[in-house]
Ligand binder design. Sequence first.
Ligand SMILES: O=C(O)CCC(=O)C(=O)O
Length: 273
Amino acid sequence: MEYIDTPMNVSAKDIENYKRNGHVRLNGVCDGAHISAFREQVTRSVSTRKESISAVPMEERDTYGKAFLQIMNLWVENPELAKWVLSKRFASVAAQLMGVERVRIYHDQALFKEPKGGITPWHQDQHYWPLDTDKCITMWMPLMDITAAMGTLNFASGTSQVGYLGDMPISDDSESYLSKMCEEKGFEIVNYGDMNAGDATFHSGWCLHGAPGNHTNTLREVMTIIWYEDNARIIERPDPQNRWNKSRENDLATWLPGCKPGDLAASKLNPVI
Ligand SMILES: O=C(O)CCC(=O)C(=O)O
């Protein structure tokens, strides 16, 4: 079997840590012999997209614009990259951490933090996702060796078990409100520091996280992939828990085309792995 379709075994201790903290770091998820091929396909796809160049000077952008270049769902345009994004190796790690048999892909995104790029404000990813399950996970993988000074993620341990912390899209407001909340509630903040290309952190949809700015002159090249458990549904409408917001509506139209509230979350963009 090809390397990328050979499942990777995750230890019971790493699974336990993920369950407890909502995040975990695993080294060598893509090994040194293969990461350059993955990086080549990502950078090839990124270079074809207009979002990969910002003509606006850093100091004139808002906080979100300073945080990173965000280039989404690259796999659909590049069959060579699709082999990586839809690979069983990466998906097997996601499935083991969440304790499920099969996952579906939600979307991928390259997150390139530019030299002197700004902070990534504290946020919860699941604020944006219309998925009626807590079993959602992101793999965050540097495509090059990176130092903490380039902006490795900060995680607030245990927030994944608390769930929804407020209607907070990524913004200056989410940064100030959620950092104050972390202090008050005493959530431990973990940053895994320098990482080699192909190491990865995994965090759950409700795990509060952010990142410092990129204090170096080097572009931080990171690829992310998001999966959720197979058989998950889209939140009903009206929702007794009142979970609908504008971001979830946009995500439903973009990443689950043709699906409606209450349906299985299973559009043509979400193959099972
Ligand atoms: O790369 C970053 O700075 C932020 C990443 C992030 O928020 C995510 O992958 O969910």
